[in-house]
Design a binder for this molecule. Sequence first.
Ligand code: ZN
Length: 132
Amino acid sequence: MKQLNIKTSQQTEMIDITGDVRRFVKDSGVGRGICYLYVPHTSSGVTINENTDPHVKDDILNQLARMVPQKGEYKHGEGNSAAHIKTSIVGSSEVIFVENGKLVLGAWQSIFLCEFDGPRSRNVLVKVVKED
Ligand code: ZN
């Protein structure tokens, strides 16, 4: 298992980490297998979606903000309940196939670290498992 360290700069943002993960898969030397991504945080997650048109991530973040307001009738005393809820909505892991030493992603797909309570230093755990 390896770890990507990402420094986020906004309270809420989606950061394209596809290039980092691709390098990681290349360096692993695995030709065919599975790449697991896991974000070990409770206010930051990971998702796969379009980055060709940057408006897509804006739409995702704006709609999440409408669905889960920053201030609401939350019980959690830390004041970041919205971040926890958004993290559960996008999820904490992704599984991507590896073929011919490369991630199998659709033409429009990118991998995003989703920050919901930044800016902070975040980790993405990456494991590439070789298929026999
Ligand atoms: Zn909290």
